[in-house]
Design a protein around this ligand. Sequence first.
Ligand code: CIZ
Ligand code: SF4
Length: 297
Amino acid sequence: MIEKIAKLKKEKNAVILAHFYQPNEIQAIADFVGDSLDLSRKAADCDADIIIFCGVHFMAGSAKILSPDKTVMIPEMNAGCPMADMVTAEDIKRLRKEHPDAAVVAYINSSVEVKAECDICCTSSNAIKIVNSLPNDEIIFVPDKNLGSYAQQFTDKKVNLFSGYCPVHNRITVADIEKARAAHPGVEILVHPECPEDVVAAADFVGSTAQIIDYSSNSDKKEFVIGTEYGVLYPLEKKNPDKKFYMLAENFTCANMKKTTLEDVLECLETGKNEIEIDEEIRRKASASLLRMLEVK
Ligand code: CIZ
Ligand code: SF4
């Protein structure tokens, strides 16, 4: 199957992009592995005709928003992100009425419609920078209450939080941190800002997947406790064969991210199934929010 995928990929000038949370065998066959932001940039910059985006729906959507002329496919159409589904464009319109002077920042984990309705997007890597780049003193941050409250700690602006959360990261507790400290004394605990506020406060380092990978790869330390989806162990161990990584909690796994199979990747290449299509007017508005984010240095 891997050989067939490689052969068809060449024939069709296709590229396979995979997120750090994808199953190991998918990361292994990908041309690029990264976070949603990096992968969208790769999608826009590469000269492939076809992009097979191995991730969840909003990520393939972001790639299509930034590369409308390319064919973007997702191996499993039902690989959604529950957090992205927690906020709608209607919610933003309502919040704008309640906070007329506020700018709306939408986490990249959101639908195309929400991206079209917000003022600017952000990722877990740049949320603080994006919030602080805005002229407004007040912000509406959707959908992730945890990333929003993390950003609030690094700005004088008032950040109005929404009620969304990642079901995978939000169930981590301070008890998990205490257990990990007892099991691995002296070992640094690195967590994702989608974790609850008290977990973030109790950790040693907070960062996106790419930041957690950079931090532990550049550190002299040899052991780390990892507080994000366990797919990230694949790039961590590949880059750092001499280091040991322990998961902060058991079953720290996103079922949607694990829906991608080699069979489905092959089927995309063979049949062209699951192409992402976006209404052009909405795409243009969503693209403006993503491009505004990319312009913030
Ligand atoms: O931006 C991404 O890819 C997500 C969802 C998480 C991260 O920290 O990279
Ligand atoms: Fe969505 Fe959480 Fe899965 Fe990321 S880990 S795709 S935020 S449900």
